[in-house]
Each structure stands twice: as structure tokens, then as C-alpha cells.
Design a protein around this ligand. Structure first.
Ligand SMILES: Cc1cc2nc3c(=O)[nH]c(=O)nc-3n(C[C@H](O)[C@H](O)[C@H](O)COP(=O)(O)OP(=O)(O)OC[C@H]3O[C@@H](n4cnc5c(N)ncnc54)[C@H](O)[C@@H]3O)c2cc1C
Length: 261
């Protein structure tokens, strides 16, 4: 039977662009360019490698996000994933990690899975907790933060590198896995892959399709609330020291004045 791999990929605001909060203190996702979270490219890469090793496997990429999040799915499809699922619904606006994990869990159950692979953290929220919450919701083992991962005979095995030790972990499938940025460079989509991705299926789901009520997600259903947010003050021009023989002394005085030395 085919090994069903679901990869969770997030569409995030481009960190090199200007990012701001909307009036309701949610992240403004409308006026900024976005992209597939770079850390999720590692998850796609590991899924593709596992699929290549297996006799028969299917890789589905899944995102919860706005209309533009399809760009993240297309990128993953052009890397080599087989199909995509996009959960999009106006009522998702303001959903926190508890709501996001609920939506992902229901979509994964509907899609069918043997293993779920996620990134170590998104590059915007960076909580790094979603895979663990997801495993809890699905009621399956979690093997997180792996820098090496393989699947054989219904068992997922991997290595988690800590500061003082490396752990060898394993769990029977179905399971949730997350992989780090040390798991291996993600491949670039080839021209052939980009063209093929245009024809791969992208299934669109709304909350109704997943039997989720609007009040379980969104700002109303969030377990967390942002009370206030302020823009970081613009950077000042700084102090320019013109070296006319006294540059070193002036530099030392500046650092001492700031209590750096
Ligand atoms: C349209 C939209 C509006 C949102 N509004 C808010 C808000 O107002 N307040 C708020 O607190 N949160 C909001 N969220 C949720 C938030 O952006 C995160 O998705 C969620 O809180 C998970 O936190 P994280 O990104 O830090 O996850 P992490 O735990 O850092 O992510 C780990 C991994 O989980 C997977 N993952 C995470 N998010 C998604 C996703 N959306 N789709 C697929 N895979 C995913 C990825 O594989 C990622 O590498 C919103 C999300 C969306 C899509």
C-alpha cells in the first residue's frame, strides 16, 4: 500500500519586506509579499527523499492560509510533491496556534496519512510548537526536531541533535515528524518541475468541509490575544567618527560611554 506523506507548509510574509500590524493587531497579510517558509522547504525535501526511497508513496502538501498561500503550495509542487490541499476561509482571520492546529488536524484526517512532516518552526510565528500540538490532536506519536529521518517497515527513525547529546528516536506509524534546517539542503525546483506543478491537483477546503464551527477559530476562538503593539522606532543615523589620528581613542571612549567596555 502506498505510503501517504502529508507535509505542512506555511505561507509567510517575506522577512525582507516591510511588515506591519493591521488595525485589529493581527499581522497584515494583505499588503505584503509572501513565500513558502524557508524552514518548510526542508520538510518538503525530507518528504521527497522518503518517497523516493519507498516503493510506492504519495506526497501531499497542506497549508492553512489566505488565497496567496497557493504560491507556497505551487513551490512545493514544483519541488516534486504530488498534490496539494489548501484550507482557506474568511473565518480563519485571527486564528492562533490552537485553531491552526485544529484545522490542520481535521484536514490531515480527511486527506488520510501515514506520516505528517512539518518544519522546525515557521519564519514568522517561530513558536516551534505546532507539530507537538498536532500530534496530540491526532493522537499519534511525535518525533520532533530531527536532523536525520528515514522510514522503514512502518517505523520512522531519526536523530535529534542537542547541545550535549544526540538522541536516536523511533516511533511506529502513523506519526508526526518535524525536521530541522540541518536535515539536508532543499532542492531547487527544475524548469520541468515548475511546468509539471501547474497541472498538479490543488484541493480547496473551507471550514464547513472540515466540520469546524467559525467560533472554534478566528479571533473569537483564539486562546491568546494581543493587547497592544507598537512599531519599532526607526533607526537613528548613528555616530560617525572621522579618524584624524584620534579615531581609536574616540572609539574606546564611545564604547566606554555605552558601558560596552
Ligand atoms: C490567515 C492567517 C491568519 C492568522 N492570524 C493569526 C493571528 O491573528 N494571531 C495568531 O496568534 N496567529 C495567527 N495565525 C496563526 C499563526 O500564523 C500560526 O500559523 C500559528 O499560530 C502557528 O504558529 P507558528 O507559525 O509559530 O508555528 P510553528 O510551531 O513555529 O510552526 C511549525 C511548523 O508547523 C507548520 N505550520 C505552522 N503554521 C502552518 C499553517 N498555517 N499551515 C500549514 N502548516 C503550518 C509548518 O510546518 C511549520 O514549520 C494566522 C494564520 C493564518 C494562516
Amino acid at each position: 500500500m502506498s505510503l501517504r506523506i502529508v507535509v505542512c507548509v506555511k505561507y509567510v510574509p517575506d522577512a525582507t519586506g516591510d511588515r506591519k500590524f493591521a488595525d485589529d493587531l493581527t499581522v497584515d497579510r494583505d499588503d505584503v509579499d509572501g513565500l513558502l517558509s524557508e524552514l518548510d522547504e526542508y520538510a518538503v525535501e525530507q518528504a521527497l527523499q522518503i518517497a523516493e526511497e519507498a516503493d510506492d508513496a504519495e506526497v501531499t502538501v497542506l497549508t492553512v492560509g489566505p488565497e496567496d498561500a497557493k504560491d507556497a503550495l505551487r513551490k512545493a509542487l514544483s519541488m516534486g510533491a504530488d498534490k496539494a490541499v489548501h484550507v482557506e476561509d474568511d473565518d480563519l482571520h485571527g486564528t492562533d496556534v490552537m485553531g491552526t492546529s485544529l484545522v490542520l488536524a481535521k484536514a490531515i484526517e480527511k486527506t488520510g496519512y501515514d506520516v505528517v512532516i512539518a518544519g522546525m518552526a515557521s519564519t514568522d510565528g517561530t513558536m516551534g510548537v505546532l507539530p507537538a500540538i498536532l500530534a496530540e490532536r491526532l493522537g499519534v506519536p511525535q518525533v520532533t526536531l530531527l536532523s536525520e529521518v528515514s522510514i522503514e517497515d512502518g517505523v520512522v527513525k531519526g536523530r535529534r541533535d542537542g547541545d550535549s547529546a544526540s538522541e536516536q528516536l523511533e516511533a511506529s506509524l502513523p506519526a508526526v515528524v518535524s525536521v530541522t534546517d540541518q536535515s539536508g539542503e532543499a532542492r531547487y525546483p527544475s524548469f520541468k518541475g515548475i511546468m509539471a506543478a501547474k497541472k498538479k491537483p490543488v484541493e480547496s477546503l473551507e471550514l464547513d468541509d472540515l466540520d469546524i464551527d467559525a467560533d472554534e477559530v478566528g479571533l473569537a476562538g483564539a486562546w491568546t490575544a494581543v493587547d497592544s503593539a507598537a512599531e519599532r522606532p526607526a533607526r537613528t543615523a548613528g555616530t560617525i567618527v572621522k579618524d584624524e589620528g584620534e579615531g581609536g581613542k574616540q572609539l574606546a571612549e564611545f564604547l566606554a560611554g555605552q558601558k560596552f567596555i
